[in-house]
Design a protein around this ligand. Structure first.
Ligand code: TIH
Ligand code: FE2
Length: 281
């Protein structure tokens, strides 16, 4: 397969990216991206990166801060999958193998942000596109773009859970053959669930399952502070503008269960394809 087009966060970082003024960082990030750009699935395993002591320190810091917060704030599916992974030294290829043995998903390296249609299509085929570079060390609590901490610590334990993985695949399947407007709506569905979703546990608890929350100890604390709006998840409703590159989300959505959300998504996909039941978002 040829290299996928990168729609954002390519080699030119925006001025508000924490690494914007750090040329050494930018060169390193570009070099790690180039590995993904040149990698072909048919040519073998995902290339290993020898991370610098500074990158290892960033990773170790982020992981230890998050580990302190997970027992109270991560959902039970996350907590039970977490021990499957060795997050000390394992690389994208090793983690992909663990995922394969659990839910038959796999990881593919990517140089930056893909076009939403390409990214969602990957999900339909149990393929998760992942960056391989690290966030800038000056701002470990939150990064405006996905990085290795986000992909591995945030996404992988959740994708090792079957009920959740089926929901993610359903989002991807709904995007196949959908028009551009619906692809954009599904991008928001993805955003407010897979990236920033919360789930109800028992009667009184709300826990995090979204990878963007589980990989940012800044955002995790922000939600725990009680400041943002928490709303029930309904994929048939218009979803708010996503906060991308400009800080924490303004609102978060709560699922009752992954199975319930998957059924709602499959109903949405059926309604999309049924001309007798037109609806607008
Ligand atoms: N903000 C997340 C973090 O700091 O880990 C990374 C991102 C997730 C989704 C978009 S950017
Ligand atoms: Fe992500």
């Amino acid at each position: 397969m040829s290299t996928l087009w990168v729609a954002g966060f390519g080699s030119d970082l925006a001025e508000d990216h924490p690494g914007f003024h750090d040329d050494v960082y930018k060169r390193r990030r570009a070099w790690i991206s180039s590995l993904a750009r040149e990698h072909r699935v048919s040519s073998g395993p995902i290339p290993r990166v020898e991370y610098t002591p500074e990158e290892v320190a960033t990773w170790t810091h982020v992981l230890s801060k998050l580990k302190d917060l997970f027992p109270d704030h991560a959902c039970q599916q996350y907590l039970s999958s977490f021990p499957y992974f060795n997050f000390q030294g394992d690389q994208l290829e090793d983690i992909s193998q663990v995922l394969k043995s659990r839910t038959n998903w796999q990881v593919r390296p990517v140089a930056g942000l893909l076009h939403p249609r390409d990214f969602l299509a990957g999900l339909a085929f149990k393929c998760f596109h992942s960056t391989q570079y690290l966030r800038h060390h000056s701002q470990p609590s939150y990064t405006p773009e996905p990085d290795l901490c986000h992909e591995l610590i945030g996404h992988m334990p959740m994708l090792a859970n079957q009920g959740y993985a089926d929901l993610v695949q359903a989002i991807g399947e709904a995007s196949l053959g959908a028009d551009d407007k619906m692809v954009w709506h599904l991008t928001k569905v993805y955003w407010y669930t897979v990236e920033f979703g919360l789930i109800r546990e028992g009667r009184d608890h709300i826990k995090a399952f979204g990878a963007g929350v589980l990989s940012s100890y800044g955002e995790l604390k922000h939600i725990a502070s009680g400041a943002p709006d928490l709303l029930p998840f309904d994929p048939f409703q218009k979803l708010p503008k996503m906060s991308y590159k400009d800080g924490y989300q303004k609102a978060y959505f709560i699922l009752d269960s992954f199975e319930d959300a998957e059924q709602k998504l499959r109903a949405l996909a059926r309604a999309m394809k049924d001309p007798v039941q037109p609806f607008s978002l």
